[in-house]
Design a protein around this ligand. Structure first.
Ligand SMILES: Nc1ncnc2c1ncn2[C@@H]1O[C@H](COP(=O)(O)OP(=O)(O)OP(=O)(O)O)[C@@H](O)[C@H]1O
Length: 372
């Protein structure tokens, strides 16, 4: 477990953050300049907090009051940067072994063959970094960090320099790392798509502070965080499981707390845990179920709250079997429906509005982060 409680002033910017991150992937998400890289640099030992403590699994890396400040190489923290930072004059094999060779033999606990197999880099071992693709270089950089047997892996936008195809190639590798090597990961990202696909816990960073922390579904479904996530509209993120698919109609059925949701076909096996994002402007509300309609999803729900988004639009929070949904309707619709908390309604969602990019594999781990 990573315990952070730090303060640092750099120029006009003050960072003050306290939180605890457990197993799995904790995503640090926030606007440019909000302090994400500064924080991971402090954990890595590359920047010094003015005060506070950083502790991993009970081992104190930094404690200003006690005068503890371990150098980076003694922290047992792996760091994967945006750029791979491989040594150009060394082969892939030599690069992989670089950090590992510095460890006492007893601490070389991560198997070379296992890392090479998981990352699929066996065919690259004899080559030099200059001949590798961007995605291959990043896989080698991740392998090098893992082989140094870190207690925590820091990843600062490791996919930022890659194009869409390479990102998709690497995401599944990263998604599996935390589980396969039982290492907690602190992952800095600008991309909500990455957060949905990788993170167990979301740490929203705003102006040097932790604005929210919790399971991804919870944090993203809260209207208070919409501006911070930069999504532009309210939306819910549901935890669901793929029930089955019907290729004839291009439809998959997802089971979630509120029932069954039909979405665009997902090319995954039945039983796959997924996350699905549903935008508020894609949900209509009926007072009653409606017959003779092309809309495939009609979900029984209870109105929890009704709040003005602006002068003309209204956000309605719905409870659907314990899952939260958001619907944005016009002020005119609200004037007619007069929705109020406690009211039973039907949420209508077109299957086609839930695009492939809105459904991501759900990391199948328990969330391990607690507010600090
Ligand atoms: N060495 C420094 N001296 C003074 N100010 C700094 C220094 N390093 C960073 N800053 C400032 O601290 C703030 C946080 O920077 P940081 O790089 O941590 O943000 P970030 O969230 O990682 O941004 P991005 O997503 O763009 O990488 C910014 O305002 C930045 O200008």
């Amino acid at each position: 477990m990573l315990e952070i409680d730090v303060r640092r002033r750099q120029g006009a910017f003050t960072l003050e953050m306290g939180f605890t991150a457990g197993s799995g992937v904790s995503a640090l998400f926030g606007r440019s300049g909000s302090g994400k890289t500064s924080l991971v640099n402090m954990v890595a030992g590359l920047a010094r907090p003015d005060r506070g403590r950083i502790v991993i699994d009970g081992r104190v890396l930094f404690d200003a009051a006690a005068g503890v400040d371990l150098p980076p190489e003694a922290r047992r923290v792996g760091y994967v940067f945006q750029e791979h930072r491989l040594f150009p004059h060394l082969s892939v094999r030599q690069n992989l072994c670089f950090g590992r060779d510095m460890l006492p033999a007893a601490e070389r606990t991560v198997s070379f063959d296992h890392v090479v197999a998981v990352l699929g880099i066996e065919p690259l071992l004899a080559r030099r970094p200059s001949g590798l693709s961007g995605g291959e270089k990043q896989r080698v950089a991740i392998g090098r960090a893992l082989l140094a047997a870190p207690r925590l892996l820091l990843m600062d936008e490791p996919l930022a320099s890659l194009d869409g195809g390479r990102k998709n190639e690497l995401l599944p590798f990263i998604a599996g790392l935390s589980r396969q090597f039982t290492i907690p990961i602190l992952y800095v990202s600008h991309s909500m798509d990455e957060v949905l696909r990788l993170a167990d816990t979301l740490v929203l960073v705003e102006d040097g502070r932790v604005a929210a922390i919790g399971p991804v579904e919870e944090v993203l479904s809260s209207p208070r965080h919409v501006g911070l996530t930069g999504q532009g509209d309210v939306g819910a993120v549901l935890a669901a499981t793929l029930l089955d698919s019907d290729p004839r109609f291009g439809i998959s059925r997802l089971g979630f707390a509120g029932g069954v949701l039909k979405v665009n076909l997902i090319d995954r096996p039945s039983g796959t845990p997924v996350r699905v994002r549903i935008h508020a402007h894609d949900i209509a509300i009926g007072r009653n179920p409606v017959g003779g309609l092309s809309v495939r999803n009609q979900l029984a729900a209870t109105v929890r709250s009704v709040s003005a988004f602006d002068d003309t639009q209204v956000d309605v929070m719905l409870d659907c079997g314990g899952a939260t949904l958001w619907s944005r309707i016009t002020g005119e619709a609200q004037a007619e429906l007069a929705l109020a908390p406690g009211q039973q309604v039907t949420a209508l969602i077109k299957t086609l509005t839930i695009a492939r990019g809105d459904v991501a594999d759900r990391p199948n781990r328990s969330s391990g982060a607690l507010p600090g």
